[in-house]
Design a protein around this ligand. Structure first.
Ligand code: TGC
Ligand code: FAD
Length: 392
C-alpha cells in the first residue's frame, strides 16, 4: 500500500468551531492511525483478519468509552471529541471504527447507563483499557430491521436465568470476552444480559466470506441453555427503547466516522488527479474530473456541518433520535457515493489494494446496512415529519 500522505480537508474553516481539546484529541487519533493502522490495514483486510495488535492503541487514544466518565476508566470527553475520534479511526478503516463503536456505544454505554454500580466497576475499566473486549447481540437470523420481533429468550430458574436463542451478524463476536445480549423474559419484555465467554452452552462461530469489513471480525452468538447469574441482568432499563438508546450513540459515531472514510477517498483522488497525466495533461485539469472533486468537497463540507451541529446538540442533551438517523443516513450515503466516484478517478489503479478507496467502498456497503439500513432511517425521518408510522 502507498504511504499515508493524508491531509484533512477543511473547506469552511470548521476548525474554528473546535476547542483546543477537540484538536488535541483529533490529532492524537490521526497520528495513531497514520503510524499504527495505515501500514497494516490493507494486509489485514486482504487476509480477512482482525488486527488484534491495534487494541492497545485504540484504548490509548480514548476510543474505548470516549464519553464514559474517567472514574470508570473512560476518557470523560464530550460528544464532539467522540465524533472526531470516530472520524479519524474510520479514515483508516470502517472495520476498526466498528470495533471501537461496539466497545464504546454498544457495550460500555449500556453497562454504564443501565447497569448496577457493581457491574460498572467490574466491567468498565477493563473494557476501557482493552483488557476485555465486548460485543452487542441484537440482530437475529429472522429479525434484523425489526428487532422487536426477537425470539431469543430467558426463563427465571430461581437462582439463575436460562438463556436460549441465537444472534447473527455480531461484530467482535469471535474474540469478545463478554456480550451484551438482548432477550425477552417470560412476559415478552426485552432486557439486556451480560454473557461471558466460557459460560456453558455459549458459542461464537465466525462468519466467513465477507467482501466488506474484512478487517473486522463478525460472528454469531449461540445460546443453548446458558445459565446466566442473576447479577448479570442490566436492571435499570427494559424494553426495545434500551438497545435503541445504545444505537443512537453508535449511529452518532457512524455519522462522524463516515466523514473520515469520505475524506480519505477525496484526498487520495485529489492527489492522484493532480499527478496522473493523460493526453499530456494532469487528469485533474479535465472538467469532468474537476466536477467529481468539486462535488465531493461540497458534500463532505455539508456532512461536516451536520455532524458538528449534531454533536453540539448532543452535548446539550437535545439531539433527537430522528436527527441522529438523518445524519447517519446522509453521511454514510455521502461517503459511499464519494468512494465510488473517487475509485473512478483512479482508473484501474482504483481497484487495487495500493490505494485505500476500494476497501473503503466495500466497507461502506456494510455501514449503509448496519445500525439501521438506509431505508429504515428514511422511514424514521418520514415518521418524524408526518407523524405517521410506516412500520406498523
Ligand atoms: P417502536 O415501537 O417505534 O419503539 C419501541 C420503543 O423504543 C423507543 N424508541 C427509541 N428509544 C431510544 N432511541 C431510539 N432511537 C428509539 N426508537 C424508538 C420507542 O419510543 C418505544 O418506546 P416505548 O417505551 O413506547 O416502548 O419500535 P419498532 O418495533 O416499530 O421499530 C422501530 C425501528 C424500526 C425504528 C427500530 O426497531 C430500528 O431502528 N430498526 C433498525 C435495527 C437496527 O438498527 N439494528 C442495529 C443492530 S446493532 C448493529 O448493527 C451494530 S453494527 C456494528 C457497528 O456499529 O460497527
Ligand atoms: P432486513 O431487515 O432483512 O432488511 C432487508 C432489506 O429490507 C433492507 O434493504 C431493508 O431496508 C428493507 N426493509 C426492512 N424492513 C423494511 C420496511 N419496513 N420498509 C421498507 N424496507 C424495509 N447487529 C447486531 O446486533 N450487532 C452487531 O454487532 C452487528 N454487526 C454487524 C456487522 C456487519 C458486517 C453487518 C453486515 C451487520 C451487522 N449487524 C449487527 C446487523 C445489522 O444491524 C443488520 O444487518 C441490519 O439491521 C439489517 O437487518 P437485516 O440484515 O436482517 O436486513
Amino acid at each position: 500500500m502507498k504511504p499515508d500522505l493524508f491531509e484533512a480537508p477543511d473547506y469552511y474553516n470548521l476548525d474554528d468551531l473546535l476547542t483546543e481539546e477537540h484538536k488535541l484529541v483529533r490529532s492524537a487519533a490521526r497520528d495513531w492511525v497514520k503510524r499504527d493502522v495505515s501500514p497494516i490495514i490493507e494486509e489485514a483486510a486482504q487476509k480477512a483478519e482482525f488486527p488484534k495488535e491495534i487494541i492497545k492503541g485504540l484504548a490509548e487514544i480514548g476510543a474505548f468509552g470516549p464519553y464514559i466518565p474517567e472514574e470508570y476508566g473512560g476518557a470523560g470527553l464530550d460528544q464532539i471529541s467522540y465524533g472526531l475520534i470516530m472520524q479519524e479511526i474510520e479514515r483508516g478503516d470502517s472495520g476498526v471504527r466498528s470495533t471501537a463503536s461496539v466497545q464504546s456505544s454498544l457495550v460500555m454505554y449500556p453497562i454504564f447507563k443501565f447497569g448496577t454500580e457493581v457491574q460498572r466497576k467490574k466491567y468498565l475499566p477493563k473494557l476501557a483499557s482493552g483488557e476485555f473486549m465486548g460485543c452487542f447481540g441484537l440482530t437475529e437470523p429472522d429479525h434484523g430491521s425489526n428487532p422487536g420481533g426477537m425470539v431469543t429468550n430467558f426463563k427465571d430458574k430461581g437462582d439463575h436465568y436460562l438463556l436460549n436463542g441465537a444472534k447473527m451478524w455480531i461484530s467482535n463476536a469471535p474474540f469478545a470476552d463478554i456480550a451484551v445480549v438482548w432477550a425477552k423474559d417470560e412476559s415478552g419484555r426485552i432486557h439486556g444480559l451480560i454473557v461471558e465467554r466460557g459460560m456453558e452452552g455459549f458459542s461464537t462461530p465466525t462468519t466467513h466470506n465477507k467482501w466488506s469489513l474484512r478487517a473486522s471480525a463478525t460472528g454469531e452468538l449461540i445460546f443453548d441453555n446458558v445459565k446466566i447469574p442473576k447479577e448479570n441482568l442490566l436492571p435499570n432499563k427494559s424494553g426495545l427503547g434500551a438497545p435503541l438508546m445504545c444505537l443512537d450513540s453508535a449511529r452518532f459515531g457512524i455519522a462522524w466516522g463516515a466523514i473520515g472514510a469520505a475524506m480519505d477517498c477525496y484526498d487520495t483522488a485529489l492527489r492522484y488527479a493532480k499527478e496522473r497525466e493523460q493526453f499530456g495533461k494532469p487528469i485533474g485539469s479535465f472538467q469532468l474530473q474537476q466536477k467529481k472533486l468539486a462535488e465531493m468537497i461540497t458534500e463532505i463540507t455539508k456532512a461536516q456541518l451536520l455532524a458538528w451541529r449534531l454533536g453540539a446538540l448532543r452535548n446539550e442533551d437535545k439531539a433527537t433520535s430522528a436527527q441522529i438517523s438523518m445524519a447517519k443516513r446522509n453521511n454514510v450515503e455521502m461517503a459511499l457515493k464519494i468512494a465510488r466516484e473517487a475509485r473512478q478517478i483512479l482508473g484501474g489503479m482504483g481497484i487495487t489494494g495500493e490505494y485505500s478507496i476500494m476497501r473503503h467502498m466495500m466497507n461502506l456497503e456494510s455501514v449503509v446496512t448496519y445500525e439501521g439500513t438506509h431505508d429504515i432511517h428514511l422511514l424514521i425521518t418520514g415518521m418524524d415529519i408526518t407523524g405517521l408510522n410506516a412500520f406498523k
